[in-house]
Ligand binder design. Structure first.
Ligand code: N01
Length: 537
């Protein structure tokens, strides 16, 4: 222990939405703060994922930080679903406006973080071996920041170019005249595919599991719409606060029992389909997540839509998911199914056939197919929720490894605190309520700020959640997850909601699917009851 105490009050890891939100909160508290960021600019996921077609799946007016009324007022809204460039620009503007960049050390990757029991501080070490000590360790490393490695056999022999969507090069990549393969048809692949369909000479999509892709129905926001967004901001935020997933959408109040005839059901679903994006799942039938009947009707509806858009019926059938809608997070598409009508676009079903690479391209391991490519793009997903922190050597009390612990069982209290890891607050980590993250993590950081203020006011220097409180939360989280329809299929569909997309990863819910309101009540109750489940020192 240094005689003068730690060099900082708090160290934040990551300068994406959650890191910037954390810096603002800690700055308001007047703390000595430092942030380490691996990239050369702010943005987090929105810095790295600059692949063609990258844009939000949430609408611009709600994919925003609530603490920024000045920025909001001046912001030049461009599209319903902002592009990666626009979102990163927005995060940069927020960081500049509130003078938060001065806290950030860019191009710095954290390699280890260790809790020091003797003085209740954390020491973090970066890739150059530099150490920083702080009272609070606040990882804001993102739920989807560690891309799955393309560990395909033979990749090293491939002589063409290959890229991972999640670490897309900052220099332009040229597609014209090239034969390109895209592997992966999650939200990322679904955004890349239509872009490349119109740029490449030949595009071949390798699909293992199809998704229910909802039409985004993006549009350019004109001046009067921008003025309307600004005028309605309070109402929009109110709607987001009341929505279980923090989206500015309002449940229809109808379930399958209210819609007595097929025509009225169809009208409801048509309206959702035409509204675009997540309106289909939140403003049609309120029981889509829990009623097998309601879900089956919506699943059939989307399958029919796929067949009505994709002219080649065999291809359409391959694109039709066979599992229930919402078992996996539905992507938002921008002329996704339409891309498969182009003569230069092909679809390969690899649900029963593994693939590997050779010098000239890709072949199936069964020997049934072989394709030549100039470029391969991997959009194969992320090691969600626990991936980023498990990659860093994080050690809590008695040298306990967080990665080892989470490999066996993820224990948290409401996705904020972990028993055995005092003074560590995770932002947007495992067990956070699932949904529109900028709004959700804002609520989370407010609670963390309130807790630190309570500690400062009471001259407390250590906080650790009790194992009992974390245990109760985890039981509740699991109970809420089991109520969803996708609990039964999440493992078999390889959903990242439960870590089932990563070979060898323990399958268990990584997010809370209760509601924002219910999740927040756990945190707020705790504060109201004087943090009774916390051991302070
Ligand atoms: O990742 P995914 P993603 N061989 O895991 C396939 C957020 N996001 O990056 O389903 C062949 O969903 C895999 O197949 P399968 C958003 O929350 C947001 O696309 O495992 N294929 C699947 O098709 C999203 O949900 C936005 O059978 C392999 C794909 O790769 C989350 O990130 C934009 C394979 C991975 O899909 C993740 O989306 C983009 C293999 N070995 C992402 N391994 C916006 O909001 C995996 N696949 C804008």
């Amino acid at each position: 222990m240094s005689p003068s105490g730690p060099t900082h009050d708090a160290i934040v890891i990551g300068a994406g939405f959650s890191g910037i939100r954390a810096l603002w909160e800690l700055d308001q508290l007047g703390l000595r703060v430092k942030c380490l960021e691996a990239g050369s600019d702010v943005g987090g996921a929105w810095y790295w994922n600059c692949y063609p077609g990258a844009r939000t799946d949430s609408e611009a007016w709600v994919y925003a930080m609530n603490f920024t009324p000045d920025v909001r007022e001046q912001w030049d809204y461009k599209e319903r679903y902002p592009s990666q460039k626009e979102v990163q620009g927005y995060i940069r503007r927020v960081a500049d406006h509130y003078d938060l960049v001065r806290y950030i050390q860019f191009n710095t990757r954290l390699t280890s973080a260790r809790y020091n029991e003797s003085d209740k501080t954390w020491t973090v070490i970066d890739q150059k071996g530099n150490a920083t000590t702080a009272r609070y360790f606040i990882p804001a490393t993102g739920p989807l920041s560690i891309a799955k490695e393309p560990s395909f056999k033979g990749l090293k022999n491939f002589t063409g170019e290959w890229y991972q969507a999640a670490s897309w090069p900052k220099d332009p990549v040229l597609f014209e005249g090239k034969r390109i393969a895209v592997i992966g048809t999650g939200a990322t692949g679904v955004q890349i595919i239509p872009k490349l369909a119109s740029a490449a000479k030949q595009l071949t999509v390798f699909q293992r599991t199809p998704n229910y892709v909802l039409p985004g129905r993006n549009y350019v926001i004109d001046e009067s719409q921008a003025a309307e967004i600004k005028k309605n901001y309070a109402e929009t935020l109110g709607r987001a606060a009341a929505n279980p997933y923090a989206l500015a959408m309002t449940f229809s109040g109808k379930t399958i029992r209210d819609a007595t005839d097929p025509d009225s059901v169809r009208q409801i679903l048509d309206a959702g389909w035409e509204s675009g994006g997540f309106h289909f799942q939140f403003e049609t039938l309120d029981d889509l997540f829990v009623s097998p009947e309601s879900n089956r009707i919506a699943s059939d509806y989307i399958r029919q839509k796929i067949h009505s858009i994709v002219r080649d019926s065999a291809m359409a059938e391959i694109l039709c998911p066979k599992y229930p809608f919402l078992s996996k997070r539905p992507p938002c598409g921008h002329f996704y199914y339409e891309a498969f009508n182009r003569p230069n676009v092909d679809l390969v079903d690899i649900s029963r056939d593994e693939i590997e690479m050779y010098e000239g391209g890709i072949r199936s391991t069964s020997g049934q197919g072989q394709w030549k490519f100039d470029m391969i793009i991997f959009a194969i997903g992320f090691d969600a929720a626990t991936g980023a922190l498990s990659e860093i050597d994080v050690r809590g009390k008695e040298g306990q490894s967080l990665g080892d612990l989470w490999a066996r069982d993820v224990q948290t209290f409401a996705g904020v605190l972990v028993p055995g890891f005092p003074n560590m607050f995770t932002v947007c980590g495992p067990h956070i309520q699932f949904g529109n993250m900028p709004v959700i993590l804002d609520l989370q950081m407010r609670w963390i700020g309130k807790t630190i203020r309570h500690m400062n006011d009471n001259r407390l220097i250590g906080i650790e959640v009790s194992s009992e409180a974390a245990g109760s939360w985890c039981i509740h989280l699991d109970e809420m997850f089991q109520k969803t329809l996708f609990a039964a299929s999440a493992k078999e569909t390889g959903s990242w909601f439960v870590g089932a997309n990563i070979p060898g990863k323990r399958s268990a819910p990584l997010f809370y699917f209760g509601s924002v309101q219910s999740w927040l009540s756990w945190l707020e109750d705790e504060a109201r009851q004087a943090w009774k489940d916390m051991n302070f020192s």
